[in-house]
Design a protein around this ligand. Structure first.
Ligand code: ADE
Length: 361
């Protein structure tokens, strides 16, 4: 609870619906006049919407602007993605993060091609049955591609709603999102064009109703309706409960060289960075006393062990602190693939977590 100027009654659902209905024409007019020429706004198809909305989750627009055109060039149609090898898809996703999105997108394309006559389903209910397609993506595709009155609620939309309706509840609570989906649906059902309304909301969240206390209210088409702005508390909203602290993990990373190449290993099919390539990793921060016996167990001669320094990588729920060591072995160690810099560039999806050590190949 806030005891400051933002504290207030949570509006009734009917008042929220009425407020959004009043906002809708202002919002869509603003969007029409200010629409940005983004790559996924050219040659729009249901498939292109599925790809762009999947990429845009948790990811900055600037990053997606680089990845999306390459991806669509490689896989212009649903059938192309369905026929691709998983490693090819992951390679084009390399550096974008949340790689299960890419694996699921390919699987979703396969379901469409193999079971649904080569087309994406047209309703939220059917779209949600595809691998990796949740309420947000299903709502975005159903509304933008097929005109269904379906909400697409992400963090941007929750932030806008918290400010517009001066809602001081924790936006990370599932109940807040569920409520938003409920009243947005009734708003969308009363609009002629649900797709543009949803896209305009996304755009407002990215261009004006910015997070971290930086809203550009003077340019906002909804400034006269915004209840947070009326109270001067727009920078204090939305409220978010404290996130769980990330688990800290120490790793020892090995740069094992052989004939100008380095050892890489494909990660397991489940879990963090599933299906991507990695340098060999050992648990904990090990010193030569532990690494040398590990190397000796292969029975292959190796050169001196040298320290490479440390690197940190922050994932959503875990943080890796990596300490690197390198050595040259007289033969390739079994169980690894060996690649030089060019081969890594061309073939192996090596995630950004390893950026520092990748530079050393
Ligand atoms: N963010 C998510 N989806 C978007 C879209 N279609 N346009 C702009 N920003 C978005």
């Amino acid at each position: 609870m806030m005891d400051n100027k933002c504290a207030g009654q949570n509006l009734s659902l009917s008042a929220k619906t009425a407020l959004l209905l009043e906002a809708a024409p202002l919002l869509t007019a603003w969007f029409r006049e200010n629409v940005r020429p983004l790559p996924w706004r050219e040659n729009v198809t249901p498939y292109s919407i599925l790809v762009s909305e999947t990429m845009l989750q948790q990811t900055r627009i600037e990053a997606v602007m680089r990845y999306y055109p390459r991806f669509m060039e490689a896989f212009p149609r649903l059938e192309d993605l369905a026929a691709a090898r998983e490693e090819e898809v992951l390679k084009l996703w390399e550096g974008l993060g949340y790689y299960s999105r890419a694996r699921n997108l390919r699987k979703a394309a396969q379901v469409c091609v193999e079971e649904l006559g080569g087309k994406l389903p047209e309703t939220v209910a059917q779209l949600k049955k595809l691998p990796g397609v949740g309420a947000y993506t299903a709502g975005a595709v159903a509304s933008l591609a097929f005109g269904e009155a379906a909400p697409a609620v992400d963090g941007n939309v929750l932030r806008i709603l918290a400010r517009l309706t001066r809602d001081e509840r924790d936006v990370l609570q599932p109940a807040v999102k569920k409520e938003a989906e409920g009243f947005l649906k009734s708003v969308l059902e009363q609009l002629e064009a649900p797709g543009p309304f949803n896209e305009a909301l996304m755009e407002l969240g990215e261009m004006l109703c910015l997070p971290a206390g930086k809203p550009r209210c003077r340019q906002c088409p909804l400034q006269d309706l915004c209840m947070a702005l009326a109270q001067g508390c727009q920078e204090d909203l939305p409220l978010r409960g404290a996130a769980k602290p990330r688990r800290q993990e120490k790793k020892t990373l090995l740069l094992l060289r052989h004939q100008g190449k380095v050892a890489l290993v494909k990660r397991p099919e489940k879990g963090l960075l599933a299906g991507l390539y990695a340098f060999p990793l050992l648990e904990g921060h090990l010193g030569p006393g532990d690494i040398l016996p590990w190397l000796k167990s292969y029975g292959i001669p190796f050169g001196p062990l040298q320290e490479l320094g440390t690197a940190r990588h922050v994932f959503t729920h875990v943080e890796w602190e990596m300490k690197g060591w390198e050595t040259e072995t007289a033969e390739a160690l079994p169980g690894y693939v060996y690649a030089d810099r060019e081969e890594v560039e061309a073939r192996y999806a090596l995630p950004s977590a390893f950026r520092v050590f990748r530079e050393m190949i």
